[in-house]
Design a protein around this ligand. Structure first.
Ligand SMILES: Cc1cc2nc3c(=O)[nH]c(=O)nc-3n(C[C@H](O)[C@H](O)[C@H](O)COP(=O)(O)OP(=O)(O)OC[C@H]3O[C@@H](n4cnc5c(N)ncnc54)[C@H](O)[C@@H]3O)c2cc1C
Length: 600
């Protein structure tokens, strides 16, 4: 059995060299995040992930969370204790505002730490992940009174948070939300309705849970412009801020699902006994807008789930491939005995594919995390806006592409195990099952792709997309004219992939308005094209830095050689997928919408 080891050297490299942590650490409020301090934080997090979370992952999957007859939910043995250790060590408030007890570290640092939680125990980390989202919404838009009452408890981890969007008839289309909120004379609201699929809607970690709920006021307009956001605690805080009266919100059942068994997915009923008391966040009818602000962070986190699960599946596959003896590998010297399957070229292909996708999606995610930090804290307003534009474009790519990649990587991990991958006890199957939700929740890949072609590309006439593509083209051209054979080959491949991206942008911008159904049929192709090329961009930069370090005899040459080999594999074997994605993105989906619905 393999146990999770955080890839610390790789994480430090991506943060420092690709994402530019030293620059982020010069931003106001982030000056404590110098590379040495961050390295120490990562080491502590890695210990927690390996020693506390990883050993609970499989038993948590086997046991699952269980709802009792009284409506309470019991999480698997060890999870509650792990949660309190997590909170006591201060992991909950890592990137949160110091004003409410957080540590105020940059997002790029939080991203690496978060990746470790996802890799070691994704079902566990969903609770802190949703709490972060709820904190974000309250901090951004709630009244000062709500902030003072709830944020310190939530940042400290004493109370957790949830996101209550989905209803039976309102999934991707939140305009269909029906939960009602009726104003009360004291300024509060009474909520009634049913929410489904609510992650950690009920659990036994903490003595209070704070629900963020989308609902409609009685006079609200139809559709998306009539949805408001409410804060509904499980227990209403008393005058001392302690959990007081039980609110009228209950978990009526939990779902039986493919993966993340330890994470309770709850059906929540509001107002069966007269109405659940809640308070409005921000202005009436602007709830969906607020939700989208907070969903950006949640979508980013789900992208990191993809990276984490891919890393874990890769590590498990490598451990198995070193151990499992089967046949004599082709091309080795005559007389060699049967050896470990890692010697078979096709097994190498699978492992290298897993490794290259994982490194590329990690690099893109951390670079986006650093851009979030610059968008929030850069002293120059024009730079803040530029970074924010980059972040806005990258969020659906980090979410959509990293999670789709995680499916392939987890599936390859299972394949490396042969028949044993299909058997639960190796653990490979759990990663495959757990990964499967990541392309669905926080907006499916189709929804991310709609966002990417519409709001993020066509709306500004492709300006931001083209500006980023230009940066990619500059790296491609620099490497393409390098005297170094590896860098030159990578540069040539990257230039071809960037060309495909340019063509797709040129096609998409007018097509979204003029050839709408075909553009949307190819939108996931456009998203995967972006993800693949952005990954190639970062891998190319990584290879260039690795070559410089080798020439300067700095650091571990083994690490740099591996980096170059992985970047080369990415360029030679994975980047060419760009052409296929571009074909789908530029009208290749036409036949999908040409066929009548009743022909399927
Ligand atoms: C384990 C789990 C945990 C969850 N946690 C939460 C949570 O904590 N809080 C919460 O509020 N929700 C949660 N959800 C709900 C989740 O966000 C939704 O399942 C998801 O948004 C998809 O909605 P849906 O299931 O209704 O699918 P549908 O919206 O019915 O989609 C079905 C298919 O149609 C496609 N589709 C729909 N509309 C479009 C469109 N406009 N363009 C292109 N394709 C489209 C989708 O891509 C998908 O392939 C969770 C779900 C699960 C399974």
């Amino acid at each position: 059995m393999s146990s999770y080891r955080a890839p610390l050297e790789e994480m430090r490299f991506v943060m420092n060299e690709l994402a530019g942590l030293p620059q982020v650490a010069t931003l106001p409020g982030y000056t404590d995040a110098d590379p040495d301090t961050v390295a120490a934080i990562l080491e502590e997090a890695a210990k927690f992930a390996t020693d506390v979370l990883d050993p609970l992952n499989r038993p948590g999957d086997q046991r699952g969370s269980v709802r009792q007859d009284d409506g309470s939910v019991v999480t698997p043995p060890g999870f509650r204790d792990a949660y309190w250790k997590f909170v006591e060590q201060g992991w909950n408030g890592l990137a949160k505002n110091p004003e409410y007890g957080g540590q105020g570290l940059p997002q790029v640092v939080a991203a690496a730490v978060e990746e470790m939680w996802h890799a070691s125990n994704m079902a566990f980390d969903l609770c802190p992940l949703l709490t972060q989202g709820a904190i974000e919404a309250i901090e951004l838009k709630a009244s000062d009174e709500l902030k003072q009452r709830y944020l310190p408890k939530m940042v400290a981890g004493e109370w957790t948070g949830t996101m209550n969007l989905t209803e039976p008839q309102a999934g991707s289309d939140l305009a269909a939300v029906r939960t009602r909120a009726v104003p009360q004379p004291d300024g509060s609201y009474k909520l009634s309705g049913q929410k489904i699929f609510i992650t950690y809607g009920e659990h036994d970690y903490t003595d209070n849970i704070v629900h963020m709920v989308l609902a409609r006021l009685p006079d609200a307009p139809e559709g998306v412009k009539g949805i408001s956001l409410f804060l509904v605690p499980k227990f209403i805080p008393d005058a001392d801020g302690k959990p007081g009266a039980r609110n009228d919100v209950h978990c009526v059942s939990i779902e039986h699902k493919l993966g993340i068994h330890a994470s309770p997915t709850c059906v929540m009923s509001y107002g069966e006994n007269g109405g659940a008391t809640g308070w409005i966040i921000g202005e009436a009818n602007r709830g969906l807008e607020y939700m989208f602000i907070m969903m950006n962070l949640a979508r980013y986190s789900v992208g990191l789930e993809g990276v984490g699960i891919a890393e874990r599946a890769y590590q498990r596959a490598v451990a198995y491939a070193r151990d499992r003896v089967q046949g004599r590998a082709v091309g080795l010297e005559k007389g060699a005995k049967a050896g470990a399957i890692i010697e078979h070229p096709d097994v190498r292909r699978m492992l290298m594919t897993m490794r290259a996708w994982t490194e590329a999606t990690r690099a893109v995610a951390y670079v986006t995390g650093a851009a979030m930090d610059n968008a929030a804290r850069h002293p120059d307003a024009a730079m803040r806006a530029r970074h924010q534009a980059f972040v806005d474009l990258m969020i659906p790519i980090v979410k959509g592409h990293s999670t789709e990649v995680a499916q392939d990587v987890a599936s390859l991990g299972l394949q490396v195990h042969g028949g044993m991958g299909f058997i639960e006890e190796t653990g490979a199957a759990q990663h495959y099952r757990d990964a499967r939700i990541t392309t669905i929740y926080e907006g499916t890949t189709g929804i991310q792709a709609n966002d990417l072609i519409g709001r993020k590309t066509a709306r500004d006439g492709g300006a931001v997309a083209r500006a980023i593509a230009k940066e990619i083209a500059a790296v491609a051209s620099r490497l393409g004219s390098s005297p170094d054979a590896d860098l030159q080959a990578i540069g040539v491949r990257l230039a071809a992939a960037e060309g495909a991206l340019q063509r797709a942008i040129d096609w998409i911008v007018p097509a979204v308005g003029q050839n709408t159904r075909v553009a949307h049929a190819g939108a996931v192709g456009y998203l995967r094209l972006w993800g693949t090329v952005a990954g190639g961009w970062q891998m190319a930069r990584a290879a260039e830095i690795a070559k410089q370090k080798l020439a300067a005899r700095e650091g571990d040459p083994g690490f740099w050689h591996a980096k170059v080999a992985t970047a080369r594999y990415y360029a030679d074997a994975l980047l060419p997928w760009s052409e296929a994605y571009a074909a789908l993105a530029t009208g290749g989906g036409e036949a999908a919408v040409a066929l009548a619905a009743d022909r399927f």
